[in-house]
Design a protein around this ligand. Structure first.
Ligand SMILES: [Zn+2]
Length: 150
């Protein structure tokens, strides 16, 4: 069975509520589509530099964060938007999340989430993706890599 990526994405209303409750970065809207070799996530990130963007991958989940570099104090006449920071988490469909490549151009972030390979596993302790040769043990579907088992 193949599910549309859109079916897995959090309703943005719920996310806004969660983020507002914890005072994190501002939520960012995303577009997600499946290309032949990557799951593509596109988000507007105005006034953000590439070095300020972080992409975190967990099993089945990805987070985009963009830190706020500097906000010059101003006496605003109108103040309808802010320079970040930004944050967004989305669920990843099965089979994606073996890695990610990101690019930032014209105020738009594009993340290419790569497919997970059949010979890879995600460690349940460090949450990194490893090759099978690094598998130390598996119990009840929980994988542990050699580094974490040591
Ligand atoms: Zn590990």
């Amino acid at each position: 069975m193949s599910l549309s990526p859109a079916a897995h994405i959090d309703p943005i209303g719920a996310l806004v509520f969660v983020l507002a409750g914890f005072g994190w970065g501002k939520p960012v809207p995303v577009n997600v589509y499946e290309a032949s070799d990557a799951l593509v996530v596109v988000a507007p990130l105005p006034a953000v530099q590439p070095e300020d963007v972080a992409i975190d991958l967990w099993p089945g989940r990805m987070r985009i964060t963009a830190s706020l570099r500097s906000a010059a104090p101003r006496e605003y006449l109108m103040h309808e938007w802010s320079y970040g920071g930004y944050e967004r988490e989305i669920d990843l469909p099965d089979g994606w999340g073996g890695g990610a490549e990101a690019s930032l151009a014209n105020g738009q972030l594009a993340v290419r989430v790569l497919p997970r390979q059949a010979d890879e596993f995600t460690c349940s302790q460090c949450f990194l993706v490893h090759h099978r040769s690094q598998l130390a043990r598996e119990k009840n579907g929980q994988f542990v890599c050699r580094d974490c088992a040591a």
